[in-house]
Design a protein around this ligand. Structure first.
Ligand SMILES: NC(=O)c1ccc[n+]([C@@H]2O[C@H](COP(=O)([O-])OP(=O)(O)OC[C@H]3O[C@@H](n4cnc5c(N)ncnc54)[C@H](OP(=O)(O)O)[C@@H]3O)[C@@H](O)[C@H]2O)c1
Length: 95
């Protein structure tokens, strides 16, 4: 009985993923696509990730220093996987 009282309704994950054309982001994207508890995914990148899926929407936006043109499309999500960046493979040791 106590378990029933404490049981919370499940909230589906609606996630924004950046860097989905990269090594980390691509893996995160596919994990999200395969998970039943992830309901929606919005990929935001400066070029297309090239993936189509019923759960997936995509915004191609060149300038990540200016998100104002797309900010009204970024609401309604409850998770963000910020996977864009410079891979440590290409960063020199003295960086
Ligand atoms: N790889 C690892 O083992 C590892 C381990 C720990 C942490 N990390 C960190 O995870 C992050 C991603 O690493 P990664 O190995 O996946 O790198 P990656 O394969 O080089 O991918 C980089 C991603 O970031 C995007 N990106 C880079 N600069 C951008 C910019 N100015 N505006 C928009 N998008 C940009 C790239 O988009 P484009 O396709 O448009 O270039 C690509 O999707 C980095 O911060 C890295 O330090 C990596």
């Amino acid at each position: 009985m106590a378990e029933q009282i404490n049981e919370q309704p499940r909230v589906g994950i609606k996630a924004i993923v950046t860097g989905a054309t990269g090594m980390i982001g691509e893996g995160v994207l596919h994990e999200c696509l395969n998970r039943a508890d992830v309901e929606e995914i919005l990929v935001v990148g400066r070029k297309s990730c090239g993936v189509t899926h019923r759960k997936l929407a995509e915004i191609v936006h060149a300038d990540f220093f200016d998100l104002l043109p797309i900010d009204n499309r970024l609401s309604g999500y409850n998770a963000c996987f910020f996977c864009l960046g410079v891979s440590s493979v290409v960063v020199p040791n003295d960086f």
